[in-house]
Every structure is written in C-alpha cells, then in structure tokens.
Design a protein around this ligand. Structure first.
Ligand SMILES: [Zn+2]
Length: 174
C-alpha cells in the first residue's frame, strides 16, 4: 500500500477516539500518535534503501512481521487490564490497532508473513502482475490502487466533517 496508510490510520484513530472521548488536547496527541503508528512499520524502508541496498523485500523485515508485534501487544493488554488505566488502554489500543491495520492493508497487494515463524509462506490478497518497467506503475495502475483512493477520499470527508462539527479541536492552541 502506497498512500492510504496515513488516511486509514486517521479513520481508525478517530473512530477509537469517538468511542472513548479523551478531551481535545489529549485527543490531538493520541491522534498524532495513531498517525505515527499507522506508518511505523514502513520506517524499515530507511534500512531497505540506505543499508540493505534493496537486497531484501522490506515486508520480510521484523517491523512487518505480525509475530514481532503480538508479544508487546499482549503484554500491553495485560498491563492495561491490571492497571485499569483508561488513557493507557486507549493509547495502547490506538498504537497496536494502527500497526496491525498497516499489516492488514499491506496484505492487499503485498506479501506479509502472517504465520511466521510457524509457517514460511507469505500471504497476499491480490497478486499484482509486473506489466510495466517501473515497479511503481504496476501498483498505481492496478485496480487495488482504487481502494487506496477510496480510503483517502473517506478520510478527507471525515476530516472535513469533523472540522464543521467541532471547530474547537485543533484550533484552541492557535
Ligand atoms: Zn508497510
């Protein structure tokens, strides 16, 4: 997925914040944290381009392994259940929900090792054929990119609606 991680993270985080209102200032910080988490696995592209010299598909690095995130997510849930801290629970939920949403969205047209280390196969919903010389065109000109555009349009609509409904959010500090 190319352009829809951030808008999808926005939609998911707004949804979680709507269900557990946290006040304007805290909501803004949690929203920013959710957006950060929504793209966090793709920070491995720095390693891919700068160090690994594009030797390995970046979906095979640990930031894109569901198995890597499951352990801290489970620990975090346990701590939240033990402490019964509402804010900590919301922040943890926003973080891990966004990370896993990233991996799910990457599975639409890119391979993810969902069963690693128990099974070596990677999974993809739609195999995008290599039709063009520059690999980016293979994805941008494939129908699955329409899904990304839909997510972007949806996020823009929700953002615009939230500005109309709650003009105070994001403006109280300005
Ligand atoms: Zn990714």
């Amino acid at each position: 997925m190319f352009i829809a991680h951030l808008p999808a993270g926005y939609l998911l985080t707004r949804r979680l914040l709507d269900r557990a209102p946290a006040g304007d200032a805290l909501s803004r910080r949690i929203l920013a944290f959710g957006l950060f988490a929504s793209v966090l696995p793709d920070f491995d592209l720095l390693y891919f381009y700068l160090i690994d010299n594009r030797q390995t598909l970046h979906h095979l690095y640990w930031p894109h392994l569901p198995a890597f995130w499951i352990v801290p997510a489970a620990l975090s849930l346990l701590i939240c259940a033990k402490t019964k801290n509402g804010t900590l629970t919301l922040v943890s939920l926003v973080f891990y929900a966004n990370v896993f949403l990233h991996l799910v969205l990457d599975t639409v047209a890119g391979r993810v090792l969902w069963l690693y280390p128990f099974h070596p196969d990677s999974f993809v919903l739609v195999d995008v054929p290599a039709r063009y010389g520059w690999w980016v065109w293979n994805f941008v000109l494939h129908w699955t990119f329409g899904l990304e555009l839909l997510i972007c349009a949806w996020a823009v609509a929700i953002f615009a609606r939230s500005k109309r409904k709650r003009p105070a959010i994001g403006q109280s500090a300005n």
